[in-house]
Design a binder for this molecule. Structure first.
Ligand SMILES: [Zn+2]
Length: 277
C-alpha cells in the first residue's frame, strides 16, 4: 500500500497571513515546523491504516519547507523545485492513494485562508472542460488519470467544501475556519493532530474502495488571467487560443500533457506580469 502526500502550507493549522507563508515573512520558519508536525500526524495514521510506503511531496513555493530533521523517519521526502509534475511529481510511479495536506481553496472563494490558484498575482480562474478547478482539482484529476484516487484532503472549511464538491468519496479534516482571507479561528493543535492521524488511518484503510474522480478526455483548459498583459504573454505559446481579453484556452490529449502545458502557459503569462501596474 503506497501513499502519496502532496503538502502545501496555506491550509496548515495556525497559518493565516501572507507573512506566514512567504520565506521573508516573520512567521515563516515557525510555519515550516507546523507543516512538518501535521505531515507527521498524517504519516503516522497512514502507516497505522496499512501503508507500507509513504512519500511526502513538499509542494509550497520552491518546495523546501518541511524539516528534514523532524519528519517521521519512515517517510520519504520529495524536496526541491523544477519538476515536471509540479505538486504531485512522482505520483506517476504508481500509488494507492493521494492525500492533499494543507491545501487552500481556489482563487475567489469567500472566507478562505490565502485563497489562490497557483499564482494569486496572475491567475483568476482555471477551467478544465468547463469545470472550474483549483490546485486540488487539477492535481486530483492528474492523479486519477494515473489510477490514484484522492482519499483525503486537509485545510480550512472552504477547502474541505471544495474537496467534497469535487469528489464525494474523499475524507476531509478541517483544521481552521476562515473569517476573511487573512484571519481564521484555529482549532487547538493537539485536537488537530488527533483528527489528522485518525482520518489518515481511516482513509488509507478504505483506499482500495475509493474511486478516482472521472478523468476528462481530451481536456481543454481555459485560463482567465488577472490582467490582459498576462493573456498576451501566454498567447506566445503555440496552440493557444484567445477567448477574450483575459482568457486563453489550450487543449491537450490527456491530463499528463495538460500538466506540462499548464506550467508552460502560466510561465509565459507570468513573464508579462508587471507588479507596478
Ligand atoms: Zn502554497
Amino acid at each position: 500500500m503506497r501513499i502519496f502526500i502532496s503538502a502545501d502550507l496555506e491550509g496548515i493549522n495556525g497559518i493565516v497571513a501572507p507573512e506566514d507563508v512567504e520565506a521573508v515573512g516573520a512567521g515563516y520558519a515557525r510555519s515550516c515546523l507546523l507543516m512538518t508536525e501535521e505531515a507527521n500526524a498524517v504519516i503516522d495514521g497512514a502507516f497505522a491504516g496499512g501503508a507500507t510506503e509513504v512519500v511526502v511531496c513538499d509542494s509550497h513555493n520552491v518546495s523546501a519547507n518541511i524539516s528534514r530533521e523532524l519528519l517521521d523517519k519512515r517517510a520519504q521526502l520529495v524536496r526541491g523545485d523544477t519538476r515536471r509534475n509540479s505538486m504531485v511529481d512522482g505520483i506517476e510511479d504508481g500509488f494507492d492513494g493521494l492525500i492533499t495536506l494543507g491545501y487552500h481553496a481556489k482563487f475567489g472563494t469567500q472566507n478562505a485562508i490565502l485563497d489562490h490558484t497557483f499564482n494569486p498575482a496572475t491567475i483568476r480562474d482555471l477551467r478544465i472542460n468547463g469545470m472550474s478547478v483549483g490546485e486540488l482539482g487539477m492535481n486530483a484529476l492528474f492523479a486519477a488519470e494515473k489510477g490514484v484516487p484522492l482519499i483525503m484532503a486537509t485545510g480550512d472549511a472552504a477547502l474541505a467544501a471544495e474537496a467534497n464538491t469535487f469528489c464525494a468519496d474523499v475524507e476531509t479534516v478541517v483544521v481552521k475556519y476562515a473569517q476573511g482571507r487573512f484571519c481564521a479561528r484555529c482549532l487547538p493543535r493537539e485536537q488537530t493532530q488527533k483528527m489528522l492521524r485518525d482520518t489518515a488511518e481511516k482513509a488509507v484503510r478504505l483506499a482500495r474502495q475509493k474511486k478516482p474522480v472521472r478523468v476528462p478526455q481530451n481536456p481543454r483548459m481555459e485560463i482567465t488571467f488577472q490582467h490582459v498583459n498576462e493573456a498576451d504573454g501566454a498567447m506566445r505559446v503555440p496552440g493557444t487560443e484567445r477567448l477574450d481579453a483575459m482568457t486563453v484556452a489550450v487543449s491537450a490529449k490527456n491530463m499528463d500533457e495538460l500538466m506540462a502545458l499548464r506550467q508552460i502557459v502560466f510561465g509565459a503569462g507570468a513573464e508579462f506580469y508587471n507588479p507596478l501596474f
